[in-house]
Design a protein around this ligand. Structure first.
Ligand code: ARG
Length: 608
């Protein structure tokens, strides 16, 4: 009974004042209630709500419970047709300001029609106040992404993690969560012993001035060569691992300088891609690794195995054990991730951990999550952990993405190439003749980086994808170029009206949004799906739904624009009529796209 009351108060007053909710979610509540009222014994059956994309005569949303309930009743020995059940659900539906009418069609489809009045008020509020996120309970979420390794190439796998992780962070921040963005740099481990020893020989003055290491990968190779060939060098390298881990100042300084070289390179990529991330590499967990090992040992969870200490993620010892302490006493990738997960849950007090790492590491993360649960660090009732995995990037030959000479592709080269391609495309369109040099550079970067990000985000992240500048720069289909051009076109409509649309509140005081034309109504209904889409993306951590939504908005906008004049001109080509309502709809479309672009990391440019 209580829930009926709270829902009704929400559907009447509250929801009128505040329509920042996702439509599907709202309808789920309304129809779950309807089912519970109609059939109290099924009060735990959640409503199944789907958006209808077919003909508008079937409504905008559907409640699809009638068939299932009819079957349930049959099992109880009661014969009731889905159609009768649909009618009963319709009858018991509590009032909602967003529903215009409900129709039961065919064998029991419950078709829901959205209210235009609600749509107009939602859109008006959005234009006055900006696009607001749907309300969700605020969580502290830690996103581990990018996470390249010092002295090694940041490769396309890290690029995917960077792009996906940045967008997930933006999405969750837009939903008002407290997001901690963490770069789990590979900045610790035995390889630093040889790097430090080599630094001492190559740049003996490293304590006083920063060493001019041009190419750290080269430097790494040199030190590895010496390590393999020279016994005394090897010995010194081992010793440096020990001095570094004990915090000895000279070794620490050398380590910092080596890290700085990589750090600067990584930062250049982050700046170009507009990525914000806080560095907290594996080294951060040095002391925490000591304590987590003690913790696990005291709980009796470590087992000796051939000189190593291992931990089975599962009590019944299935799967692959984690190596917590190596036979030489050293720690591993497993140890640092056990220390990290404990720190994130117990010190940072995050309740949701997201690891954006390639699919190849799924066994590792599965083991870490299970082991953390077994150790009582992670409690699935209060914590959520996700390994947000993704597939590999393929070259146009369908094989792993490599340069022609077979090397891994340097990310800075890749971004440079993107810039070249996008400039060429802008020149082919003659844009270099029209835009100012600044505008041209802005457009060039927006297109190049936008395409690279969008190609990554618009596929289901789990699958592999083929990297092709030609495809991503296509201006037809679901591409960043198409979206950016459409956005620019939308922005130009108000600009070309000859009237000032910069103060929308003022315009809204004088003009109302009216939804008469079928295409106006279709576009507005599409825009109103934004909150549903954002929720869907956040729940599964899939950004391609947002990309598909952007594409839908743009194609539906094109239909609207083909059929509905916003500005009418006379024979002399002079503007004779301005349809303010339609221009307001254009502005709302632009606002929705801007919100999505922000999350996807696309820079909207007013001119392109
Ligand atoms: N540095 C690792 C790599 O390049 C990725 C680290 C991911 N994060 C983690 N907590 N293990 O493969």
């Amino acid at each position: 009974k209580k829930s009926i009351l709270s829902l009704q108060s929400q559907t009447t007053s509250e929801m009128h004042d505040d329509d920042t909710f996702a439509i599907t979610e709202h309808l789920e509540k309304v129809f779950t209630q309807a089912i519970a009222t109609a059939y109290p014994r099924f009060s735990n059956v959640p409503a199944i709500i789907a958006a209808v994309n077919a003909s508008p005569k079937f409504g905008d949303y559907q409640c699809n419970n009638a068939m299932g309930l009819s079957k349930k009743m049959k099992d109880e020995g009661i014969n009731k047709s889905p159609r009768d059940i649909g009618l009963e659900i319709q009858r018991c539906c509590p009032a909602s300001p967003i529903i215009e009418k409900i129709e039961v069609a065919g064998p029991g489809f419950v078709n829901i029609f959205l209210s235009k009045e609600f749509a107009v008020s939602s859109l008006t509020r959005m234009l006055r106040e900006g696009v607001k996120p749907p309300k969700v309970p605020r969580k502290r979420i830690l996103v581990d992404f990018s996470s390249p390794n010092i002295a090694k190439q940041m490769h396309v796998g890290h690029l995917r993690s960077t792009i996906i992780g940045e967008s997930i962070s933006r999405l969750l921040e837009f939903l008002q969560h407290d997001v901690i963005r963490i770069n789990h740099l590979g900045d610790w481990g035995t390889q630093f012993g040889m790097l430090i020893a080599h630094l001492e020989d190559r740049f003996p003055n490293f304590l006083n001035e920063s060493p001019p290491i041009g190419d750290l990968q080269e430097f790494y190779k040199e030190s590895k060569k010496r390590f393999d060939a020279d016994e005394s060098f090897k010995k010194r390298a081992y010793n440096r691992v020990v001095t570094l881990q004990s915090g000895e100042p000279a070794a620490t300084k050398a380590w910092q300088q080596i890290c700085d070289v990589s750090r600067k390179e990584f930062q250049k990529i982050y700046d170009r891609l507009d990525v914000t991330i806080q560095e907290r590499g594996e080294s951060y967990y040095q002391s925490r690794m000591l304590t987590v090992v003690e913790f696990l040992r005291n709980k009796g969870l470590l087992e000796l195995d051939d000189g190593r200490e291992i931990m089975w993620p599962d009590v019944n010892k299935s799967g692959i054990p984690l190596t917590i302490v190596k036979s030489d006493g050293g720690f591993t990738y497993d140890t640092s991730d056990m220390a990290a997960i404990r720190c994130r849950l117990e010190e940072d007090l995050a309740t949701w951990l997201i690891y954006v790492v390639d699919a190849g590491q799924s066994t590792h993360f599965h083991g870490i999550f299970k082991a953390a649960e077994r150790a009582g660090i992670l409690n699935p009732n209060i914590h959520r952990v996700d390994h947000v995995q993704f597939g590999v990037v393929l070259g146009e030959d369908g094989k792993k993405f490599k340069t022609r000479s077979g090397d891994t592709v340097k990310l800075s080269d890749l971004l440079d190439e993107g810039l070249k391609y996008s400039l060429k495309q802008l020149q082919e369109r003659g844009r270099d003749q029209i835009l100012t040099p600044n505008e041209l550079v802005e457009a060039q970067e927006a297109v190049a980086y936008g395409c690279i990000k969008y190609t990554d985000l618009c596929h289901n992240r789990i699958s592999d994808y083929i990297f092709s500048f030609d495809k991503m720069l296509d201006d037809r289909g679901n591409t960043a170029v198409y979206l950016l051009y459409t956005y620019t076109r939308i922005c130009s409509i108000a600009r070309n009206s000859g009237e000032d649309f910069s103060n929308l509140a003022e315009i809204l005081d004088k003009f109302q949004i009216v939804l008469e034309h079928e295409k106006e109504w279709k576009l507005v209904k599409t825009l109103l799906k934004l909150h549903d889409v954002l929720m869907k993306c956040a729940n599964g951590l899939f950004l391609h739904f947002l990309c598909e939504f952007c594409y839908e908005v743009c194609t539906v906008f094109a239909e609207f624009y083909d059929n509905c004049y916003c500005i009418e001109k006379n024979k002399a080509g002079e503007i004779c009529k301005i349809n303010h309502s339609r221009i307001l709809i254009c502005e709302a479309t632009a606002a929705v796209l801007r919100t999505c672009f922000h999350i996807l990391g696309l820079k909207p440019v007013a001119k392109i």
